[in-house]
Design a protein around this ligand. Sequence first.
Ligand code: ATP
Length: 197
Amino acid sequence: MIVVGLTGGIGSGKTTVLKCFQSFGVPVYIADVEAKALMNRSKIIKRKLIQLFGDAAYVDDTLNRPYLSSKIFNDKTLLSKMNAIVHPKVASHFKRWLKKQDSHYVIKEAAIIFENHLENQYNYIITVVADEDLRIQRVMRRDNTSEEKVKSIIKNQLSDKEKIEKSDFVITNNDLESAKKQALEIHQQILQDINKK
Ligand code: ATP
């Protein structure tokens, strides 16, 4: 099965673009959503996260995401410890999901691909980009957060330039109609490529 990775910085519109591919009939997997679900569902993950973060990791048996985010934001060691608990479980969940798919290819949205040197897990990588001022406005509106907060997250991420250099395809999502068109062209290109092989 051909696996396409879809990545991009905060507010670039990964999930929005992913939905375009879904509308073309491509099965889609959002690593972040599945990770969150597993963090709420898996007893083993829960136990390990409570060991790592304390009881405040869960409120009413539900993951306390703002608390975890605030803890890991400036603490890379804690972040890698959390990833070591969650990532292997998401990877095996993805493998099981992949076995059930019946299509030419699938797309997996993952915010972090290049940062963790996971390029080899994908046949193609698409990076979604958008102008920084648009990204800031989008996230401020969506998450009801401040400009400073979004800017500091952007600063913490790998730059668009670095991602673009390592990608097979780039989608510029400054406006939705144009992004849809670019997504369709890439979809057709991938299908053509697969048929040649
Ligand atoms: P994150 O990294 O934060 O998960 P993301 O890259 O997945 O973000 P989305 O959630 O798809 O980005 O988009 C961020 C916000 O911007 C959403 O509220 C979405 O509806 C809006 N948005 C995305 N693309 C566009 C667009 N082309 N025009 C207007 N609004 C958009």
